[in-house]
Unconditional design. Structure first.
Length: 184
């Protein structure tokens, strides 16, 4: 399926969700994530700070920030920088996303797990982002386990049209599915 069609379809489905449905879905997805081996063994985790239309990461961060070391991305030109999470040092950044402030950036090689947002995923681990390529550029150099998270309807059963620069994930988790991707 073409990326623009996926973006339109998912946006429409997200707009129909109630606040309770959003909250329940986030709880279901992050509870599944917490049971993965990748999460259990990881100390340094790159997470996204959720936008209103994404699965909320706020409760998950609150629940684990004293036991895991979280990092958040910050837009710097065409790339994402990685900085430690500190609730007191967040400010609105590019695209009206709360981003960490400061100069203490982290190299992607220090990250053991990356929780990846996207507009959609398929059963082969392919993903559709918002179209700017920030995560593709970041994930291209990452050795960490990459887990994509989304609502059930963000699992695109028809498959996703892939371009050479696209970087997939190792696991896709939705409310009802935890799909481990087998790469050749």
């Amino acid at each position: 399926m073409k990326k623009e069609e996926i973006r339109r379809r998912v946006k429409a489905q997200k707009s129909l969700l109630t606040a309770k449905e959003r909250s329940d879905a986030a709880n279901d997805v992050f509870r599944r994530l917490e049971r993965t081996a990748a999460f259990l063994v990881a100390d340094n985790i790159l997470l996204y700070h959720s936008l209103p239309d994404e699965l909320s990461t706020l409760e998950f961060i609150d629940r684990w920030h004293t036991r895991k070391r979280f990092f958040l991305p910050r837009v710097n030109g065409l790339d994402l920088e990685i900085l430690p999470y500190d609730r007191t040092r967040l400010a609105l950044g590019a695209f009206h996303i709360e981003e960490p402030q400061g100069d203490e950036t982290c190299d992607i090689s220090q990250i053991e797990l990356i929780v990846v947002p996207a507009v959609g995923f398929d059963r082969c681990g392919n993903r559709v982002g918002r179209g700017k390529g920030y995560y593709d550029r970041l994930l291209a150099t990452a050795k960490a386990v990459k887990i994509g998270v989304g609502y059930d309807f963000q699992l695109i059963e028809e498959g996703i049209e892939v371009e050479p620069h696209d970087v997939g994930v190792d696991v896709v988790i939705t409310q009802s599915h935890a799909i481990r991707i087998r790469r050749r």
